[in-house]
Design a binder for this molecule. Structure first.
Ligand code: AMP
Length: 178
């Protein structure tokens, strides 16, 4: 994988959405055809032999590459959304955030026990949202669950990797230390 190409095209926005946060803006990756292709090729290489039948994208930046890689793998795509967005019957998981709680939902008929699921999000920070998505998808009792991020943020006070269940096999394309 051409790591430099991705690093050169990823925009850092300081103090967004609040002071002190270094926001990693994947929109500058998505708008470059070469970067989109590079990420898609790398994800395909990583997951083509895993028997993935459903990709679950986490709202909202996880929808972009999630849907692209689902199509390349010949898998289906499932949206994991914030409450009240999905129209039919859902299953939910609630998890602790820095302040208060958050809830995510998946349609009740989106995943079956024959599925092998790849969870995808753009970025791993505290790991809270991915761990909640993992717990939620586990309720569907699929045959296997994998997880992928484009970016893993490794900063003081952030230990997202260790917030995830150890049995969840996960990959990241870029690891950032600042
Ligand atoms: P977490 O649940 O803490 O791992 O947060 C991951 C989610 O929050 C992902 O969906 C990211 O899109 C978003 N996120 C958290 N921190 C950042 C950051 N510094 N830059 C960009 N996105 C972030």
């Amino acid at each position: 994988m051409n790591t430099n190409l991705l690093l050169q095209n990823l925009r850092n926005v300081p103090d967004f959405p609040k002071p002190g946060i270094q926001f990693k803006d994947v929109s500058t990756l998505f708008k470059q055809p070469e970067c989109l292709q590079e990420i898609s090729d790398e994800l395909f290489r990583l997951y083509k032999d895993k028997g993935i039948t459903k990709v679950v994208g986490i709202e909202s930046r996880g929808f972009v590459m999630g849907a692209i890689i689902a199509a390349r793998l010949g898998a289906g795509f499932v949206m994991c959304r914030k409450p009240g967005k999905l129209p039919a019957v859902t299953r939910q998981a609630t998890y602790l955030k820095e302040y208060g709680t958050d809830t995510i939902e998946i349609h009740e008929d989106a995943i079956g026990s024959d599925d092998v699921v790849l969870l995808h999000d753009d970025l791993l920070a505290t790991g809270g949202s991915m761990q909640a998505a993992y717990e939620l998808v586990k309720q569907f009792n699929p045959k296997g669950i994998y997880a992928n991020f484009i970016i893993e943020l490794c900063m003081e006070g952030l230990d997202g990797r260790h917030a995830l269940s150890p049995e969840l096999e996960m990959t990241t394309l870029l690891t950032l230390h600042e």
